[in-house]
Design a protein around this ligand. Structure first.
Ligand code: 5AD
Ligand code: FES
Length: 350
C-alpha cells in the first residue's frame, strides 16, 4: 500500500482510488494530512469556481413525515415533534423574500408528507418559475415514484436532493426501519438522474455504526455515481430518537471528507451544512476552507423554524432570512471568499 501522501497525489491526478486506498487515507487521518488535502482541495476549487460561494435559500415546507428513520427528529414515531406544513402561498412568499435578498435557487425541503401531492406541487412549481424565470428550483422531498419525479421535473423543478444516507446496504438497515430499502433509495437516485435532474446525494458523518470501511464506500459511491452535488454533515443526536445517546460526528472528519470529495470531482457542489455550524460556531467556515462551495441559509418563516428539528440545537432557528443571508455573506467574506448572486449550476467538467 502506498504512503498516504502518494494516495493524495494519485487521487488528485486520477480522481479515483480503490476502496482499500480510500480506507487507508481515512485511517491515516492526521493534522498534517488534513492540511495537505485542504490546500490541494482549495487549489482545485479555485481553478473551477474561483472564490465564489453559491447560496441556496432553504424553505422547510413540512415537518410531517411518514417515515421513521432512526436518526431523525421528525420521524413519525416522535410524538414530541411539532408538526406544521406551509401552504403554497406561504412558500411563494418565502421565495419572493428570497429573490429580493439575492437568492437564485430555492430549495423546497420537507419530510415525506403525502399532502404535498403532485397536484399541489406542480402548480406551485409553475408559479415559482413564472414569477422568477431566472431561478433554479431544487426539491428535497424524499422518495417518490418515477412518474411523480417526472411530473415535477416537467413542471419546472431543476434539481433534486436525496441523500443516499449510506452506500452500504447493511449499514442502511441499521439506520432505518425494515420498510425502507436501500435498493429503492438507489433506484430513486438513478431515476432522478435519468429524468434529467441535477442530482444531489449525500450522507451523514459519524452516524452510528459507521467506520472507515463504510466511509470508504461512500467515497467510492460518489466517485462512480457522479452527482451534481453531495451534502455531507456530521450526525447530531436528537433527544427524542432511538439514537439520543449516540455521540455526534466530527467536524474535522467532515472537513477531511469534503477535501477528498473535491479532489474526486473538482466541479462537485459541496455545501458547508447547517449541521457543521451547529457543532462548531466556525464549522461552516472550516467546511468552505476545506473545499465546500455552497451554503444553504434558511428562508423558512421564523414561526416554523423551531419545528423543523432534525437534530438537537440546530442554529438559525430564531433568525430572519435577511439576517442569515447577511451573516453568511460576512462569514464567507471574512475568510476570503465571496457569496454570489447566481443560480450556481455545476461547472462543466474541465
Ligand atoms: N443529524 C444530522 N443530520 C441528520 N439528518 C437527519 N437527521 C439528522 C441528524 N440527527 C440529515 C439526513 C437527511 C437530511 C435532510 O438531514 O441525512 O437526509
Ligand atoms: Fe443564520 Fe448566521 S447563517 S444567523
Amino acid at each position: 500500500m502506498s504512503e498516504p501522501l502518494e494516495l493524495i497525489e494519485k487521487l488528485e491526478r486520477t480522481h479515483s482510488l480503490s476502496l482499500a486506498e480510500y480506507e487507508a487515507l481515512l485511517r491515516n487521518r492526521s493534522e498534517a494530512l488534513s492540511a495537505e488535502l485542504r490546500a490541494r482541495a482549495d487549489r482545485v476549487r479555485k481553478a473551477v469556481y474561483g472564490n465564489a460561494v453559491f447560496t441556496r435559500g432553504l424553505v422547510e415546507i413540512s415537518s410531517f413525515c411518514k417515515n421513521d428513520c432512526l436518526y431523525c427528529g421528525i420521524r413519525r414515531s416522535n410524538g414530541q415533534a411539532e408538526r406544521y406544513r406551509l401552504t403554497p402561498e406561504d412558500i411563494l412568499v418565502c421565495c419572493r423574500e428570497g429573490w429580493e435578498l439575492g437568492f437564485r435557487t430555492f430549495v423546497l425541503q420537507g419530510g415525506e408528507d403525502p399532502w404535498f401531492s403532485d397536484e399541489r406541487l406542480c402548480p406551485l412549481l409553475r408559479q415559482i418559475k413564472a414569477e422568477f424565470p431566472a431561478c433554479a428550483v431544487t426539491l428535497s422531498l424524499g422518495e417518490r415514484s418515477r412518474e411523480s419525479y417526472q411530473r415535477l421535473f416537467d413542471a419546472g423543478a431543476d434539481r433534486y436532493l436525496l441523500r443516499h444516507e449510506t452506500a452500504d446496504p447493511d449499514h442502511y438497515r441499521a439506520l432505518h426501519p425494515p420498510e425502507l430499502s436501500w435498493e429503492h433509495r438507489m433506484e430513486c437516485l438513478r431515476e432522478l438522474k435519468e429524468i434529467g435532474y441535477q442530482v444531489g446525494c449525500g450522507f451523514m458523518v459519524g452516524s452510528p455504526g459507521q467506520t472507515e470501511k463504510e466511509l470508504a464506500k461512500e467515497l467510492k459511491f460518489v466517485e462512480t455515481f457522479r452527482p451534481a452535488m453531495c451534502g455531507i454533515g456530521p450526525f447530531i443526536p436528537h433527544k427524542d430518537t432511538p439514537f439520543r445517546n449516540q455521540p455526534a460526528g466530527s467536524v474535522d472528519l467532515t472537513c477531511y471528507l469534503l477535501s477528498i470529495l473535491r479532489l474526486i470531482q473538482p466541479n462537485l457542489l459541496l455545501p458547508a451544512t447547517t449541521a457543521l455550524g451547529t457543532l462548531d460556531p466556525l464549522g461552516r467556515e472550516k467546511g468552505i476552507l476545506a473545499g465546500a462551495n455552497v451554503v444553504m441559509p434558511n428562508l423558512s418563516p421564523v414561526e416554523v423554524r423551531k419545528k423543523y428539528m432534525l437534530y438537537d440545537n440546530k442554529i438559525c432557528t430564531g433568525e430572519e432570512s435577511a439576517q442569515c443571508r447577511g451573516c453568511l455573506a460576512a462569514r464567507v467574506a471574512s475568510i476570503g471568499y465571496e457569496l454570489v448572486t447566481d443560480r450556481g449550476d455545476p461547472a462543466s467538467p474541465a
